[in-house]
Design a protein. Sequence first.
Length: 177
Amino acid sequence: MKVAVLDYLGLVDPDGVGAVMDARLWQPQPGIVDAIAHLHHHGWHVVQAVNQPGLGRGSLEIGELNALQQHVLRCLSAAGARIEAFFFCPHTPQDHCTCRKPAPGLLEQIATRYGATPQEIWVVGPSESHIQAGLAIGAHVALVAPDPGLPPTDMPAGQLLPRYADWQSLARALAPN
């Protein structure tokens, strides 16, 4: 079993207001669509796990979230990429739930759904809370950070967090041709 858990796949708010404005505004992170297609074609289960506090605050409706996710899935499908499942936490930080990353609840749900051990899961992306959730369950973690000027991120026991400059590098490392 090979499971890759991604966080946000792109931008939905180009103006930086912090809310989903219109699903058609979604723009994928550079290279992420091809990376998802590569992983999928090499037998990986690719899923998404995100915090959605707008649901808990009432600034985002479930219908808006579903419309955005459907739009994303159509864009990915057109490029031969596929996200198998979408997991989200609807709570705000003030709710202190167990599913809001960096808590491990969403990743535990993914492990249960796929019958995977934490060692079969790769939690990847640019988000610190996403990586922290992966560390909390004992999954493999990798940072996708195009800025080489960022300092290395420390893992427990002083190990360096694997870092990839872009999504394509990560996909080729997880699923070599």
